[in-house]
Every structure is written in C-alpha cells, then in structure tokens.
Design a binder for this molecule. Sequence first.
Ligand SMILES: [Zn+2]
Length: 77
Amino acid sequence: MSFRPCSRVACPEESAATLTFDYSDSMAVLGPLSLRREPHSFDLCERHARLTSAPQGWQLVRLRMTTDGAAGLDCAE
Ligand SMILES: [Zn+2]
C-alpha cells in the first residue's frame, strides 16, 4: 500500500482519517481513513483531523475512531 500523506499543504504526516463532503446535505463526515480516494474526500493526519471544523453552514459529523491514536474524536453534538 502506498504512503498517503495528509492533504494539508506542507504537512508530512501520514493520513489517519478521511474527511468526506456530502454537498447535498451540507454535511462533512470525518471518519477512519478510506480504503480508496473519493472525489469529494480529503485525507488528513490525526492532528489535522482533530483541528478540522466544518465550513460555515455545514454540519460536521465525527465518526468514532477505532485506533488508539485517534482518541478524543467524538461526536460534535
Ligand atoms: Zn496533517
């Protein structure tokens, strides 16, 4: 499997989560790293996944992560 870097500019970390945008529902879903790249998703490292917030008017849904390193990711509501 190839190395998948974080999508953030100049971030060298390996991705640990995937942020997917559902444009029809104005919903951003942050979950475990997807197996393959999707058109409207962005891979993020653990740190950037934690720092991510939804754009204005969007809802951010954090799926519970199973890896130990992602502890602290909880539902935003
Ligand atoms: Zn990053």
